[in-house]
Unconditional design. Structure first.
Length: 223
């Protein structure tokens, strides 16, 4: 891990959103995160950092969707994983063959856009665990909406190929401004390279200055 300003690596990777998951209250990080990065994450997001695995895996951001109310996790999550998460909110396993909950759910504290192929049962589980309104949709034609965007309670940054119709759905659902951008030297999968909440944000180490500026603007951190 190397840290600079708002940029860092987790587990040797700039894909912060794949390896970690942040809410306004807690940041879930894998055990590979060392003491320096652990403190950097807590300070940057002003939230308690918690080390864990889920289903034996360290790709927490891909396998867990979360907000201040709770967590929706891969169906591979073990009982001990669930017990740890219950210390921080509601928890439910995603009733779906697609186990990458974080990849297919884009959520903040009031709403969630989810993979259009998820069942009614899965939609209900997400709504109950996260206490949000749930709508099915895509971003830039992608069904992996959790990786195609990042949402906080202040704003959204999404894949640059998002359509006007998709933006309209997002604005109506989240009732927040939506902007487009990239991370990590041009990656359009902004959810894969960012950790953010209402208090702050962190981006992958490969993210450029202009990309950081766009991110700060979209998520309401420019003064």
């Amino acid at each position: 891990m190397q840290a600079n300003d708002k940029r860092l690596n987790i587990a040797g990777s700039s894909l912060l959103g794949v390896f970690a998951r942040a809410t306004d209250n807690v940041v879930l990080v894998p055990y590979e995160v060392g003491p320096e990065a652990f403190e950097f994450v807590q300070a940057g997001l002003k939230a308690e950092a918690v080390r864990m695995l889920v289903g034996g895996s360290g790709v927490l951001g891909s396998l867990i969707a979360a907000n201040s109310s709770g967590f929706i996790v891969t169906h591979h999550a073990g009982d001990e994983d669930m017990k740890l998460l219950r210390e921080h909110g509601r928890v439910a396993r995603l009733p779906s063959k697609n186990n990458a909950a974080g990849n297919i759910i884009l959520a903040n504290d009031s709403a969630a856009l989810i993979h259009p192929g998820l069942s009614a049962k899965a939609s209900e589980a997400i709504a109950e665990a996260l206490c949000v309104e749930v709508v099915k949709g895509t971003i830039g034609g992608l069904k992996t909406v959790g990786m195609a965007g990042i949402a906080t309670n202040k704003g959204l940054l999404v894949h640059p190929r998002v359509t006007l119709d998709e933006i309209a759905v997002l604005e109506d659902l989240f009732e927040l401004p939506v902007d487009v951008g990239t991370v990590n030297l041009g990656s359009p999968l902004v959810g894969s390279g960012v950790l953010a909440n209402s208090h702050g944000y962190l981006a992958g180490e490969d993210t450029t200055g202009p990309e950081l500026g766009r991110l700060e603007d979209a998520l309401g951190f420019l003064v």
